[in-house]
Design a protein around this ligand. Structure first.
Ligand code: UD2
Ligand code: MN
Length: 347
């Protein structure tokens, strides 16, 4: 005991010293460890920020219209001045067994009445406007011939059929005004072809495009021995640019029944000092499907009086005064079917 007590004293004191050392090192270790945690937290939050930044730039990249050369088709070259697909005079057929389905199958490239050449950029975008009521058979024959005809001309086009609803007297001119206004809601067509439903073109060199002057495309037809009916004749099928038609304020809305509205348009064109052009007679030939005068389209006995006042009224009677109610627009495979209520003649 006498020998042990100083040793034990030292040991006892040493124990406290060791304990102190131990607790100091624990504290030091904790301090080091927590520092690393903060550091590592800092690192990880920095990493997160970088990721977020990367994700943002990725989103930007995905959403921006990056040049994706694999998927974007190469820009189309303009179609040639003269289409290599033209065939000239054609043999027309009017088979009584023809069905709308057959015409749809023949024209797979047409969607909702519209077509674009697959491998070149068309020189003009053309809207074909057809005034219509109760002439389904004629419409079928026309669609059957016109779609391939326009495709051979390498045109971007759409066919609009404007149906007069109800049984009030027919008004061809007003329907064509409606067609122009409605078609422009779809697309900024540069050229408009105003087309009777019963006239089938015989030669695809009769180009359905617009020129610097309004064009009359029917020089001759079967029923008139392929001769021009009279000098100022402007009926059947005509072509005017969007601006030419706007400049004359379109057709008059006041011709109800048969006749006069085509002469009225000629007067409007002449008042604007425009000159009517025609393709060569051997090309501008049509077959008119035989028909009688429709009921509801009786001869307009007032037409001469109306023609006399055209110079005075054209500015306020036309596109700018064409009031109508669109009842439906059906986007059918081969044409856009626009049904309208255009009212009735004021008595
Ligand atoms: C001539 C003109 C035509 C027009 C008309 C007088 C020619 C080749 N055509 O045609 O452009 O000036 O005289 O208004 O010279 N329609 C119907 N349902 C009807 C009535 C008419 O769909 O019930 C449409 C159809 O598109 C028809 C057009 O109106 O082709 C002209 O009527 P039309 O064929 O009876 O008159 P038409 O041949 O004398
Ligand atoms: Mn006719």
């Amino acid at each position: 005991m006498g020998f042990c007590s100083p040793v034990c004293k030292i040991l006892r004191r040493g124990k406290y010293f060791v304990l102190l050392l131990l607790s100091l090192s624990v504290l030091a270790w904790i301090a080091t460890f927590s520092g690393e945690t903060v550091k590592s937290l800092q690192v990880s939050s920095a990493t997160t920020r970088t990721l977020v930044k990367d994700r943002d730039s990725l989103r930007d990249k995905v959403n921006s219209p990056a040049p994706d050369r694999l998927k974007t088709p190469p820009p189309k070259v303009q179609c040639p001045q003269e289409s290599p697909l033209l065939q000239g005079a054609l043999k027309l057929s009017f088979e009584s067994s023809l069905k709308l389905k057959d015409v749809e199958i023949e024209n797979k490239g047409v969607t909702e009445g519209e077509y674009e050449p697959p491998d070149c950029k068309s020189r003009q975008s053309v809207a074909i406007l057809i005034p219509h009521r109760n002439r389904e058979r004629h419409l079928l024959y026309l669609l059957h011939h016109l779609h391939p005809f326009l495709q051979r001309q390498q045109l971007h086009y759409a066919i609009y059929v404007i149906q007069q609803a109800g049984d009030a007297t027919f008004n061809r001119a007003k329907l064509l005004n409606v067609g122009y206004l409605e078609a422009l809601k779809d697309y900024s067509w540069e050229c408009f072809i105003f087309h009777d439903v019963d006239l089938v073109p015989e030669n695809d060199y009769n180009l359905y495009v617009c020129d610097k002057q309004p064009k009359h495309l029917v020089v001759g037809r079967n029923a008139t021995g392929y001769k021009l009916r009279y000098k100022g004749y402007f009926g059947g099928v005509t072509a005017m640019t969007k601006d030419q038609f706007l400049q004359v304020n379109g057709f008059s809305n006041t011709y109800w029944g048969w006749g006069g509205e085509d002469d009225d348009l000629r007067i409007r064109v002449e008042l604007q000092k425009m000159k009517i052009m025609r393709p060569p007679a051997d090309v501008a030939r049509y077959t008119m499907v035989f028909h009688k005068r429709d009921s509801g389209n009786e001869i307009n006995k007032d037409r001469m009086r109306l023609l006399g006042r055209t110079p005075q009224v054209w500015k306020k009677d036309g596109l700018n005064s064409c009031s109508y109610k669109t009842l439906s627009i059906e986007r059918l495979p081969l044409y856009l079917n626009v049904t309208v209520d255009i009212g009735k003649p004021q008595s």
